[in-house]
Each structure stands twice: as structure tokens, then as C-alpha cells.
Ligand binder design. Structure first.
Ligand code: SF4
Length: 359
């Protein structure tokens, strides 16, 4: 027998109706005016949702605008070079998502005439489109009664119903999805889903929920318990690993040496300074402890340091001036500074170039 407390019952019809009424009324007056909320274009909404899974709203706004300027339609995205897509995504991290967007755009052109399908099974069959993204695009763009659960929705629904279980755990996820389906209204599905997410983003935040401003305060189990932040229980986190790197700054006649990361690994296909792990760094599969073969660098003075965070890693790179062999071995390449703009660069390389720039 399990010791975990049981999950509460799903909300009955009249409670569900009250929750919907109060939240939708709150959303009408409190929602943020975000650019992707001014359109019903499924492509624009899809891109915003993909980016919002990566980073904060404030960062997404500029990326979203730029991405839609470079690729104004699904057909434009499908026809683009992968390098151009990665370049437009560069800085958002998790490049597999950008590759999936590109592949999904090609599938949409092939199978659905260039329009995001208004059909759940067809949407879920697209590369990189999971339950959350399908629910978001179908409900917001097409008003289809499709539920969605992201971290915000999970937290809000777990709190209001007093659900046990750790954040992100299988049992809690299943329960919250069941609640989200149960509460889904027949009309205004997109508004409802956005209202749920907005409550989690603005009021029912992870560590400092503003319960006194919450439209659900009166029927919230977590608020009644007196310690709303105890729900959901924290998930066990993977420790962050610190990595110390050294990068080479090799510039000859206005050209800088960069290396392309191998296919199949992290940040595949992106360009970075020739990089190695420092001797004192913890081991990692992301960078080798040796300089890339054939470069034979002669190290000069340290030029700068930069810090960067990627999933589960805090990275510090020391950039050294260097000379390398006259013939640069592939996959290294000497890039003209003028041609770097459209190149998919790793986040840390972007930071270094922003500081050192053109010599
Ligand atoms: S009352 Fe507090 S804990 Fe409950 S849903 Fe609102 S903000 Fe979250």
C-alpha cells in the first residue's frame, strides 16, 4: 500500500463554473498586452509558444518579432537554410527545438498546404509538437476545446485543489491534466487556457503567491492550508555542474577562427571559438580536455572572461589570444567578421564576440 495521500476529487460542475467565471473576469482586466495576443495567426502563436518554453516573456518579445520578420510564414521557414533558422534562434538555447520547428514547418507545407493543422492528431504528429504546444495552438488560434498544462497551470491547479505529489511528477501531471480537461469550457478555450497560465505567471507564482489578489482565494485549498508554497512539493533537482573552459581568439586579416560543433551532440552544428575544458574543470562530455586536433595553438595573453548558463551547467570561459597552424583543419573555419551575422553561434561565443568584436 502506498503512503502518499490520495488525490482530491475532480471539481464538480458548479464549482468548475464558479472557477471559470471568476478567473475569466480577472483575466479580462489583468492580462498583459503581449504582441502574440493580438493575433490569431496559428504560425505566430506556435512560434511564441515554442520560444516561451525556452525563456522569459520579456526576452521572447524581441526574438519573436525578429523571427517573424525573417520568416514571415510557415512556407518561408520551411524553405530556409537550417543555419539561418539556428541563427534566428541563437541565444534562446536548446537548439533541438529550433531544428524541430524547421522540420515541422516543412511537414506542414508538405502535408497541410502550409497551414498549421486544426486537428489534434495531425498537430501531435509534427516534429517537436507535444501535448502542450498542440493544446496551446489549437485552443488559442482555432478556439478548439483542447486543454494544456505547463508549469504555471500545474502549480495553480495543484494549489487550488490541494493536490499531493511533487512538481513535474507523473501522478501529479496525470491529475492536473484530468482537472484541465474537466474545467475546459465549451467556448473561449483559448482565453481560458491563457487565463490559467496568466494567473500562474502573475499571481500564483512559485515562491511568492499574491493570494490576497487572487480571484480563486475563496476556493483555494492551498490558501486555506496557510502555506500555499508547500504545494506542489518541490521536485528533486539535478545539481548544476560548473565547467571551466578556455577558448582561443585567433584573428588573421580580419577573419576569426571558429569551429562547428559535431552533429548528434549538444548545440549540434553551432559555431564556437576553438574550446577546451580547463585542467581544473570537472569532466564533461560537452567539451574535450584537449584542443581540437590539428590546430597546434601557441597561447598568448588572456583577453577576457565570460560566463554563461546552459541546462544544468554554469560555464566560465577564459579567452586567450593565440596563433594556430597556418592550415586550419576542418571543422574549423576562418570567418570574415562581416559574415558572422547570419551564422548560428553558441550563446557563449556571442557573448565573447559582443565584447571583443572586430579587432
Ligand atoms: S489563492 Fe494563492 S495559492 Fe491559491 S490559487 Fe490563488 S494565488 Fe495560488
Amino acid at each position: 500500500m502506498s503512503d502518499s495521500p490520495p488525490f482530491p476529487a475532480l471539481p464538480k460542475k458548479d464549482r468548475g463554473a464558479r472557477l471559470r467565471r471568476s478567473l475569466l473576469a480577472w483575466y479580462q482586466t489583468q492580462r498583459r498586452d503581449l504582441p502574440w495576443r493580438r493575433t490569431r495567426d496559428p504560425y505566430a502563436i506556435w512560434i511564441s509558444e515554442a520560444m516561451l518554453q525556452q525563456t522569459r516573456v520579456a526576452t521572447v518579445i524581441d526574438y519573436w518579432r525578429r523571427f517573424l520578420t525573417v520568416f514571415p510564414s510557415i512556407a518561408d521557414l520551411a524553405a530556409a537554410d537550417e543555419d539561418a533558422v539556428l541563427a534566428a534562434w541563437s541565444g534562446l538555447g536548446y537548439y533541438r527545438r529550433a531544428r524541430s520547428l524547421h522540420a515541422a514547418a516543412q511537414a506542414i507545407v508538405e502535408r497541410h498546404g502550409g497551414r498549421f493543422p486544426a486537428n489534434r492528431e495531425q498537430a501531435l504528429a509534427l516534429p517537436g509538437v507535444g501535448e502542450y504546444t498542440a493544446g496551446a495552438v489549437l485552443s488559442i488560434a482555432y478556439d478548439m476545446p483542447e486543454a494544456l498544462v505547463d508549469g504555471n497551470v500545474e502549480r495553480v491547479l495543484a494549489r487550488v485543489l490541494g493536490a499531493p505529489g511533487a512538481a513535474g511528477s507523473g501522478p501529479l501531471k496525470r491529475f492536473v491534466w484530468a482537472v484541465a480537461h474537466e474545467l475546459m469550457p465549451e467556448d473561449d478555450a483559448g482565453l481560458w487556457n491563457q487565463a490559467l497560465m496568466e494567473l500562474g505567471a502573475l499571481v500564483c507564482t512559485p515562491t511568492q503567491p499574491r493570494c490576497s489578489d487572487c480571484p480563486w482565494k475563496r476556493s483555494c485549498a492551498a490558501w486555506a492550508s496557510g502555506s500555499p508554497t508547500d504545494i506542489p512539493a518541490p521536485k528533486t533537482r539535478r545539481a548544476t555542474q560548473r565547467l571551466d573552459l578556455q577558448g582561443l581568439w585567433v584573428v588573421r586579416e580580419g577573419r576569426v577562427v571558429l569551429m562547428q560543433r559535431p552533429e548528434g551532440g549538444a548545440m549540434a552544428g553551432m559555431w564556437e571559438l576553438p574550446t577546451r575544458r580547463s585542467e581544473e574543470s570537472l569532466p564533461s562530455t560537452l567539451w574535450s580536455a584537449a584542443w581540437p586536433a590539428g590546430l597546434r595553438p601557441r597561447l598568448g595573453a588572456p583577453l577576457m572572461e565570460a560566463q554563461h548558463a546552459i541546462t544544468h551547467h554554469r560555464i566560465r570561459i577564459q579567452v586567450l589570444e593565440a596563433r594556430v597552424a597556418a592550415r586550419i583543419p576542418s571543422p574549423a573555419y576562418e570567418w570574415d567578421f562581416a559574415n558572422l551575422e547570419g551564422l548560428p553561434l553558441t550563446g557563449i561565443t556571442k557573448k565573447v564576440l559582443a565584447q571583443l568584436g572586430r579587432p
